[in-house]
Design a protein around this ligand. Structure first.
Ligand code: SAH
Length: 581
């Protein structure tokens, strides 16, 4: 399930900071984004207003712009295609005198507006007629309820606005306490029920999420069979699928893919309960499956459908809060590319949007920029990779969605190997339930190659010059072998403050096998501030020309230079390996 991102309060200048801070105090967890060089003391900086706004909008982030409504409208106009999916967007005047809900009517924008306006002692500029009159929007019930027939909500609201009364059947305080024209003899009706009911225009049907399902994990049925069985059981009892609050299971089976597939197929959360939680009912002689659903539905619930394959229980009054259990922990080891967000894959961006926690070196977490907004950050020193991997696994095992952030590709001199090393060498039982995923990124050598042409166009090898984790003799041997094989070579970690002589030593080995005029590409800060790509010859290569933010590409004997205007060049290695050339 996607987690709703924290609201973003966006300011363009320092004068707007006081009102932004007031709003964040009214909406705990919200984050202030300020334009770089125009604002200070903000939570996050951004450089491009349009891109930032559209990125946040696409992620479903509620947006509060301290700016003219028109700027927000024009910026977001190209993205307005689906009103059911758009997040709340509001404009607030810099002096706090006006709060204007603009978009996201079906996702609670008016509630945001009222909340902010109340805190600022002004009236929210709510223009939705139904909302103004009734203090609520039929299509936007609170968590725990779903509207079975939203297609009729608009005409139903119009009827109420025209004076028709509504009969309320069933129990839902948010409806009985609203300003709806409720009357026991109403011609229209609103029904709150778990039952599956045919849809008609004069009756709104809300299903309270009061059902909990658990499957027996020893059963041999496949996912599809289980889904069919659930649907048959519900249909036989005339219960709506939308009344299911979740599928529940003990923590120990959190990695059972059938549970997740069922949850996805029925669009319900999968939640896992600890042994302690289950013990109460187990002690009374219930089976694990029964104890699971009974724990989920709470004290006033009861088993309603029992079978050897699954149990369904129903809470007597309130919808079930699925967060009585925790979600399966997830660990995504992601590569954000060398720096800029245009080199980040959509998959990585999506993981960043959904993750609850980010783990990584501070520089990388900062590079993630606005995409990392509203997440718990766990910064650590770059050198403690194994400790960081273990901590990330521990965190994920508590039900968090942890993204371990690497620069470039996570599998190239980065965190993915560290995580697998932790899993392999010091496994902990609780890590077994964590879903692990590696999401690739563009590595520094690819970005360097693209910046200058195609120097890695033929066979190449990749060597890290860092002798912290391996001895220099091995590095020496690998450079020699790569040089003998006439591979183009990418050097990572070429030089650091403490390690300077290694690059000279590497060059001297190469010069034994390669022409002194061999093209060498020095690429520094790719995709980041201060990006610089320079071409020199092998003979000129010296430690002063590189640092820890430089990747170096050494040409093979076939690598060529093409001059371009203004003293620039392209470098490429032909794909045809012509032995005589
Ligand atoms: N996983 C990373 C590599 C991490 S090792 C990747 O796939 O790119 C760190 C080394 O990567 C640095 O010493 C440097 O050689 C290279 N590097 C990482 N980011 C870089 C960037 N933005 N510009 C140039 N080199 C970079």
């Amino acid at each position: 399930m996607t987690i709703q991102p924290s609201p973003a309060v966006i300011i363009l200048g320092q004068n707007s900071l006081p009102i932004a801070q007031k709003i964040t105090s009214l909406l705990p967890g919200s984050i202030i984004y300020g334009l770089t060089n125009r604002t200070s003391n903000v939570d996050r900086n951004y450089t491009n207003f349009g891109d930032t706004l559209r990125e946040l909008f696409a992620q479903g982030t509620p947006i509060i712009g301290i700016c003219a409504a028109g700027i927000l409208i024009r910026t977001l106009a190209p993205m307005l295609s689906n009103k059911r999916q758009e997040p709340p967007v509001l404009a607030v005047a810099e002096d706090g005198s006006a709060v204007v809900p603009l978009l996201g009517g079906l996702n609670g924008v008016n509630d945001f507006a009222r909340q902010i306006a109340t805190g600022l002692n002004v009236k929210a500029a709510i223009t939705t007629t139904g909302d103004v009159r009734f203090g609520m929007v039929l299509e936007n019930p609170p968590p725990g309820y779903s509207l079975a027939n939203p297609e009729y909500a608009k005409s139903f609201t119009s009827e109420m606005l025209a004076g028709t009364k509504v009969k309320l059947e069933g129990n839902a305080p948010w409806l009985s306490n609203s300003n709806l024209p409720i009357d026991a003899n109403g011609k229209l009706s609103i029904l709150i029920t778990e039952k599956s009911i045919p849809s008609t225009p004069d009756r709104m049907v809300y299903h309270p999420r009061t059902l909990a399902i658990a499957i027996d994990d020893t059963t041999q049925f496949t996912t599809d069979e289980l889904i069919t069985l659930i649907q048959q059981q519900l249909a036989a009892a005339n219960l709506a699928t939308a009344a299911i609050a979740g599928i529940f299971a003990p923590n120990s089976v959190a990695d059972d893919i059938r549970i997740h597939a069922i949850a996805k197929s029925l669009a319900i959360p999968a939640r896992f309960l600890s042994q302690n939680q289950l013990d109460v009912f187990l002690a009374q002689g219930y089976s694990t499956t029964q104890a699971t659903v009974l724990t989920a539905v709470g004290a006033d619930g009861r088993l309603i459908l029992s079978s050897p394959v699954m149990e369904i229980a129903m809470s007597a009054s309130q919808p079930i809060d699925p967060n009585i259990g925790k979600p399966q922990g997830k660990l995504a080891i992601i590569g954000i590319g060398p720096g800029a967000s245009q080199w980040m894959s959509p998959q990585v961006k999506q993981i960043l949007a959904e993750a609850t926690d980010l783990v990584g070196y501070k520089t990388y977490l900062d590079l993630v920029g606005i995409l990392g907004g509203g997440k718990q950050r766990h910064e650590s020193d770059n050198r403690e990779e194994l400790a960081r991997a273990r901590a990330a696994l521990d965190l994920a095992a508590t039900g968090k969605y942890v993204a371990v952030v690497s620069s470039g590709d996570p599998g190239i001199y980065a965190m993915a190997a560290a995580v697998f090393e932790a899993l392999d060498c010091e496994p902990k039982p609780e890590w077994n339930s964590v879903e692990i995923q590696v999401a690739p990124g563009i590595s520094a050598m690819q970005a360097a190659s693209a910046a200058i042409g195609a120097p890695l166009g033929h066979d190449f090898s990749v060597i890290s010059l860092s002798d912290i984790l391996k001895s220099w003799s091995i590095i020496e041997q690998r450079i020699t072998t790569a040089a003998q094989g006439d591979f183009a070579i990418a050097f990572y970690n070429p030089v650091s403050k403490e390690r300077t002589w290694q690059l000279t030593a590497a060059r001297d080995i190469l010069l034994r096998y390669r022409n002194p005029n061999t093209p060498v590409v020095l690429a520094r800060n790719l995709g980041r501030m201060g990006e610089k790509v320079k071409v020199i010859t092998l003979e000129q290569l010296a430690p002063e020309q590189a640092d820890m933010r430089t990747v170096i590409l050494i040409g093979s004997s076939k690598t060529r230079i093409i001059p371009r205007p203004h003293g620039k060049v392209w470098v490429y290695t032909p794909r045809r390996y012509d032995e005589d050339a």
